[in-house]
Design a protein around this ligand. Structure first.
Ligand SMILES: Cc1cc2nc3c(=O)[nH]c(=O)nc-3n(C[C@H](O)[C@H](O)[C@H](O)COP(=O)(O)O)c2cc1C
Length: 337
């Protein structure tokens, strides 16, 4: 159990924030499967200030997602603090400042991981948001801008001095983006020195591995990103490899229905958005390639559902080979609104 201000978080593992993935439909599913709390996609403070409805919509959620953390990013102190007030009107439990996004469009303008180069400003943002909204404020950081500027211990100190309530640490530098491996020793070092809860993040593949990391490095919670796409089972003790195709299919259909509700439109918008999830749900299940191609071209939801139902699969996974996530990263789905 983790206490963040007056918010109690139960559980050991949570869905890491992911643009284009951790929207309300998927947060609802992962929360039910055991994600300890819900983290929104990152939302631009500039766009919130402008009243962009698409950005505001990214803060829609349902009660079952609580505790809900709204993540924001920006580089201008006044804009960030003002936007946090707009965000707070939607009654999140916690506001999180993104200090980890490596995408150049974000970090090279001083937001996201760009804030690692200006940690005093990040501290002022944390303090400003906290004072303006009265909500607990957390931050998600990386280890530093690059290997020559590993300033994670200093960053944690400054954020603590600004009243941060918890810090998520992705164990890479901004320069690494998603290459190499996450440095869990550095995450452990942060945990051993910090006075606030620390969430460890990077390269965790299974629930069991998350529990091991928690024990080995003492972190309060583990965030799972890429391995959770199309795999809500990663938040529970029974891995996806052991569940039946029938169960996987029922979650695919439930997820699709939640997306149809959440993104209502006269065309196939929700189905198109769902494709990236679908590809991951069926990965390594032995799903027939030809049927996959067909399903990914369909634009009618009814046809999609009928075709999926008509596919005969063995009840259990045949393949347990490693899911290759190398080609999926923050840039894949980032839209800056
Ligand atoms: C598609 C995608 C989108 C992401 N979007 C965000 C985001 O909006 N906010 C954030 O803090 N991190 C974002 N991240 C980073 C993840 O939260 C996480 O820190 C990173 O993927 C490392 O964890 P993993 O190895 O478990 O995937 C994103 C990552 C991916 C792959």
């Amino acid at each position: 159990m983790v206490r963040i201000g007056n918010v109690t978080i139960e559980g050991d593992v949570a869905l890491s924030p992911m643009a284009g993935i951790s929207d309300s439909p998927y947060r609802q599913i992962t929360k039910r499967f055991g994600s300890a709390f819900s983290y929104t996609e990152f939302v631009s403070t500039e766009q919130l200030k402008l009243g962009n409805t698409k950005s505001l919509d990214m803060f829609r959620f349902v009660e079952s997602e609580r505790p809900i953390v709204f993540q924001i990013f920006g580089s201008d102190l006044n804009t960030v603090v003002h936007a946090s007030e707009i965000a707070a009107e939607r009654k999140p439990d916690i506001i999180d400042l993104n200090m980890g996004c490596s995408v150049s469009k974000v970090s090279h303008h001083g937001s996201g991981a760009g804030l690692l180069k200006n940690i005093r400003l990040a501290g002022q943002m944390i303090e400003g948001i906290r004072k303006k909204t009265g909500l607990p404020v957390t931050a998600k950081i990386r280890l530093g801008w690059d290997s020559d500027s590993l300033n994670y211990l200093e960053t944690v100190k400054v954020l603590e001095g600004s009243g941060v309530s918890a810090i998520s640490v992705h164990g890479r530098t901004k320069a690494m983006a998603y290459t190499g491996v996450a440095d869990w020793n550095a995450i452990g070092e942060i945990k051993s020195r910090a006075n606030v809860p620390i969430y460890g993040n990077g390269d965790v593949q299974t629930y069991q591995e998350a529990m091991k990391k928690k024990q080995q490095f003492g972190v309060d919670l583990v965030l799972i990103g890429r391995k959770a796409i199309g795999n809500p089972w990663v938040f529970g003790k029974v891995p996806k490899e052991l569940v039946s195709w029938f169960e996987i299919k029922s979650i695919i259909l439930e997820h699709l229905d939640l997306m149809l509700d959440f993104y209502p439109s006269d065309d196939d918008y929700a189905l198109i958005l769902f494709r990236k999830h679908f590809i991951k749900y069926i990965e390594n299940t032995g799903f027939p390639e030809e049927q996959k191609r067909k399903l990914l071209m369909l634009t009618s939801v009814d046809e999609f559902k009928d075709t999926l139902e008509s596919i005969k699969m063995d009840s259990n996974f045949l393949e347990t080979s490693e899911i290759n996530n190398e080609n999926i990263n923050c840039e894949t789905f980032v839209s800056l609104v």
